[in-house]
Write a protein that binds this ligand. Structure first.
Ligand SMILES: O=C(CCc1ccccc1NC(=O)c1cccc(C(F)(F)F)c1)NO
Ligand SMILES: [Zn+2]
Length: 380
């Protein structure tokens, strides 16, 4: 296909701001510098992100949450203020000085990407430092302070009637599902680990959306050890069904890389090749597509994955040898782009996966019925 117009949201300031996130030291730099070292920047339109304004953030988040979050971030006040807890601040979402500026920068970058798609400036837009899918309207959660994914989808909805959100992160995209569970204009589809006690605990197959949004939230709960082949099979079945029934006009993908073999989450056994096959399915639809990052705690593998996916978008083939650059030593001992699957066994028994697929199909069929009814009613 003619190489699509690709927007890459980046600035050195933005990378420096993202690098400052203690739990992901230098991950943003590693991703950007590997993409750069492979010579991929020349195929993309690089645009500096804008900062999200208070009004931008208020499109989803409550004023109460935003003003408290801004206050504790400015003061660097320890989050032991009693109300900090009700806003999810502290523990999973520690309040470091400047964390508000970080969240506003990431949200601004995702909005910059979404605006490029909304304005028809590009076909695919990338913000690998975005994808913070757990944040709620008035609560930080799971290391996410501002839900840039929801803000990006709302921005696309200014132009596109129906938006499909696909969450490939290891964790259920609960914040995004919650934001759109009552509307049929956005389908949220999440593939994730679902197991007792595993964060966030939601995302069971039975969660299909509420009210008019019923059947427009789709969850594919999976167990530990799943590898590329089965994962791509399931993705392919569900993605095709959802695309043909919902007919999205734009797509948002969160490619959290904590599903990869070698991630400290130690759960799934995927490689960038498997995720790349899922991305190829989406790119084949040739619809305006926003690609975001998310989790991913093996920093070198995360950089490998998102660099590989960037090359896929650009129809570029990358050499296996990691090119020389500042973070080259992080890619030892093999110094290659490929991620080798682990030898952990796949606990997803085929019968269970068939059951999951059958139930998803029933939900999607119900959605067809629902869509037909909605369209019939709309016609009169
Ligand atoms: O990846 C996530 C969030 C994971 C999470 C949920 C709840 C509370 C904290 C977290 N974050 C981590 O567990 C985490 C964050 C950074 C680094 C690590 C590491 F220890 F795996 F490296 C783990 N969502 O897609
Ligand atoms: Zn995750």
């Amino acid at each position: 296909m003619a190489s699509s117009r690709v927007l890459y949201v980046h600035s050195d300031d933005y990378v420096r701001t993202c690098d400052s996130m203690a739990r992901l030291p230098h991950r943003a730099s590693m991703v950007h510098l590997l993409i750069k070292a492979y010579g991929l920047l020349k195929f993309m339109r690089v645009i500096a992100p804008r900062m999200a304004s208070h009004d931008d953030l208020a499109a989803f988040h409550s004023d109460a949450y935003l003003s408290h979050f801004e206050l504790v971030s400015r003061e660097g006040e320890d989050a032991d203020l009693p109300e900090s807890q009700q806003y999810g601040l502290g523990y999973d979402c520690p309040v470091m000085e400047g964390v508000f500026e970080y969240a506003a920068a990431v949200a601004g970058a995702t909005l910059t990407a979404a605006e490029g798609l909304r304005n028809g400036v590009c076909d695919v837009a990338l913000n690998w430092a975005g994808g913070w899918h757990h944040a709620k309207k008035d609560e930080a959660s799971g290391f996410c302070y501002v839900n840039d994914v929801v803000l990006g989808i709302l921005k696309l909805r200014e132009q596109f009637q129906r938006v499909l959100y696909i969450d490939f992160d290891l964790h259920h995209g609960d914040g995004v599902e919650d934001a759109f569970s009552f509307t049929p204009k956005v389908v949220t589809l999440s593939f994730h680990k679902f197991s007792p006690g595993f964060f966030p605990g939601t995302g069971d197959i039975a969660e299909v959306g509420l009210g008019r949004g019923r059947f427009y939230s789709i969850n594919v709960p999976l167990s530990d050890g799943i590898a590329d082949e089965k994962y791509v099979d399931i993705c392919h079945s569900v993605l095709q069904a959802v695309n043909t029934t919902f007919l999205p006009e734009a797509v948002v993908c969160q490619f959290g890389a904590d599903t990869l073999a070698g991630d400290p989450m130690c759960s799934f056994n995927l490689t960038p090749k498997g995720l790349g096959q899922c991305l190829q399915i989406v790119l084949g639809w040739q619809k305006p597509t926003l690609l975001l990052g998310g989790g991913g705690y093996h920093l070198a593998n995360t950089a490998r994955c998102w660099t590989y996916l960037t090359a896929l978008v650009l129809d570029q083939v990358l050499a296996s040898e990691i090119p020389e650059h500042q973070f080259f030593p992080e890619y030892g001992p093999d110094y290659v782009l490929e991620v080798t699957p682990g030898c952990r066994s796949d606990t997803n028994n085929p019968a269970h996966l068939d059951q999951v697929l059958a139930e998803i199909r029933a939900v999607v069929r119900a959605e067809i019925w629902n869509l037909a009814m909605v369209r019939a009613i709309a016609r009169h």
